[in-house]
Design a protein around this ligand. Structure first.
Ligand SMILES: [Zn+2]
Length: 360
């Protein structure tokens, strides 16, 4: 079967393909069912496929769908890798743990955020403490969240963002736009005020599947940032950290730090690696986001704005829902064979290098 044949057109199809491939690979399966249903009444769940010893010292984890709709990329890659000999030829004392659709609601409804309009990758922080502030977001609120998605409103938004970037620098504009906010539950990039379902579920999965290990690597597959098909391993630790040094040694120049490097991502609070560090204290944890580029950032921004506008205007019941869903899917997923092949090949290389690294 070709690599591209493992990618799907809906959450439901993706789930079925993933589970079929996992069964064929002899994986042990478990699932956490989501309290809500999908657009066609289907069950939503985060599924786990595990291959290798239950008490393995080393674990390689691969995640998909942290950002819902980005699961089209991550799920396809997971399913393709499960179908290859790679998954059946693990080194000794090593287990492979694939976590499918970490945010299944967003995946099924073509949204990057979850059922609470929360960006899961900004939600892993201590909610009993004051939340991080994002003054740039407040200043640009109207531009980031346009009143409608007419060409005029979007052009106005673009001009305001451009003017802000000219005055404060591109990095400051990107930070305002993408580093999350905790003040506008209906706005773009809301990080939530309490741990959401996917946050609680992922913590439970880590405790059940990874707590017995000594060394854990986690590759969370994302899409939407960067040049078409280009992969970057986003490290949320500083370049002086042990995890950054391991990543560089294993994966080379594709590794970039959001703290003091030149990552395509802003330094965001409350992302998935925080969850790994908290739940797997005392183990050697190497967790990063493997981000693949899709379309120019301007199109991604418009898709996010349109998505949020739709959410505020009736959601999937709005007559424009299909149009907006397509805009979002096209921003985060390239439905072309060469793209599917390159994102799979790059993830395969990353995983092979991680398995070698875990043996050293
Ligand atoms: Zn993402």
């Amino acid at each position: 079967m070709s690599t591209a044949s493992h990618f799907s057109h809906s959450y439901n199809e993706a789930r079925r393909r993933f589970l079929d491939a996992a069964r064929r690979a002899g994986a042990v399966l478990s699932a956490h069912e989501h309290p809500l249903k999908g657009p066609d009444g289907e069950t939503l769940a985060t599924d786990i496929a595990r291959i290798g010893p239950a008490d393995a010292r080393n674990i390689l984890g691969i995640g998909s769908g942290t950002h819902g709709v980005e699961g089209y990329c991550g799920s396809g890659v997971q399913t393709a890798l499960l179908s290859e000999s790679f998954a059946r030829n693990l080194p000794p004392d090593t287990a492979l743990v694939l976590i499918h659709a970490i945010n299944p609601y967003g995946f099924a409804f073509d949204r990057r955020v979850n059922e609470d309009n929360v960006d899961l990758n900004r939600n892993f922080l201590d909610h009993t403490k004051p939340h991080p502030e994002n003054p740039g977001y407040e200043a640009l609120f109207d531009a980031i969240n346009p009143r409608d998605i007419s060409p005029e409103a979007l052009a106005e938004s673009r001009e305001k963002l451009k003017a802000y970037a000219e005055k404060h620098g591109h990095g400051a504009m990107q930070h305002a736009l993408s580093a999350g906010q905790y003040t506008h539950p209906d706005g773009v990039q809301f990080g939530g005020l309490k741990p959401v379902w996917s946050n609680r579920t992922l913590r439970a999965i880590l405790r059940a599947e990874m707590a017995a290990a000594a060394r854990v690597v986690f590759v969370d597959i994302h899409s939407g940032l960067g040049a078409r098909g280009a992969g970057e391993m986003i490290c949320t630790d500083a370049e002086a950290s042990g995890s950054f040094k391991r990543m560089r040694a294993w994966w080379g120049e594709i590794v970039r730090s959001t703290v003091d490097g030149d990552s395509i991502s802003s330094n965001v609070p409350g992302s998935i690696p925080v969850c790994f560090a908290e739940e797997l204290k005392g183990r050697e944890v190497t967790a990063g986001g493997l981000e693949f580029g899709t379309v120019p950032i301007r199109e991604v921004t418009v898709a996010l704005q349109a998505d949020n506008w739709l959410h505020q205007n009736g959601g999937h019941k709005n007559p424009k829902a299909r149009e907006v869903a397509k805009l979002i899917r096209d921003a985060f997923y390239v439905d072309a064979d060469d793209w599917k092949e390159t994102v799979t090949a790059q993830t395969r290389d990353v995983c092979a290098a991680a398995l070698r690294g875990l043996q050293s």
